[in-house]
Write a protein that binds this ligand. Structure first.
Ligand code: MG
Length: 185
């Protein structure tokens, strides 16, 4: 039996390489099973960026989150991080790791390391934007951390990193549009 219901009948491809559409589809299903929607992440991205961009819309952030969810690094981070969270939740890891994860020990740090590896793909601004999410824990990030019925040790940081990166992508598009006058944003 699969650890995640949404992957129960999943047949891996021979080369283990998936298209952006496949990765996006799997990511959305896994996140949904763990209680996170695309809109939840879009709201976090909006929280990060709306103070800098007057014309920003949630729809724009949603589209950016969907784009980011199709990328391979994010796909691998979600697969790995969520799988560890679920194994911890089921008590299927040994101590001391099991207790460290189920108590979300602040000194653990490898959950943030995976998130930073995603955020770092978008430069230092990606890392600082993730840091903002990690310190302030807006909306869904705080809810994931406070959920006593689940282990979201890796998920909260991965969600924060995806939101941070999606926000930067939109900020860069706005900056280019403003500089070139090419896009009507
Ligand atoms: Mg964490």
């Amino acid at each position: 039996m699969a650890n995640l219901k949404c992957l129960e009948n999943f047949v891996p491809s021979e080369g283990n390489v998936y298209s952006e559409a496949e990765m996006r589809n799997i990511n959305i299903k896994i996140l949904k099973e763990r209680g996170v929607s695309v809109d939840d992440i879009a709201q976090l991205s909006y929280w990060a960026q709306s103070k800098y961009l007057d014309s920003l819309t949630i729809e724009e952030m949603r589209e950016s989150v969907l784009e980011i969810l199709g990328k391979r690094d994010q796909f691998h981070a979600i697969l790995l991080g969520v799988q560890i969270d679920v194994l911890a939740e089921k008590g299927m890891l040994d101590n001391p790791l099991l207790n460290i994860l189920t108590h979300d020990l602040g000194l653990f740090g490898l959950d943030e390391a995976i998130a930073i590896s995603i955020a770092g793909n978008y430069g230092q601004i990606g890392v600082t934007n993730f840091g903002n999410m990690d310190v302030n824990k807006p909306g869904k990030i705080s809810l994931l951390q406070k959920d006593k019925n689940r282990c979201n040790c890796f998920l909260d940081d991965i969600v924060g990193a995806i939101a941070a990166v999606a926000a930067i992508r939109v900020a860069q598009r706005h900056a280019i549009a403003k500089a070139t006058g090419q896009l009507n944003i």
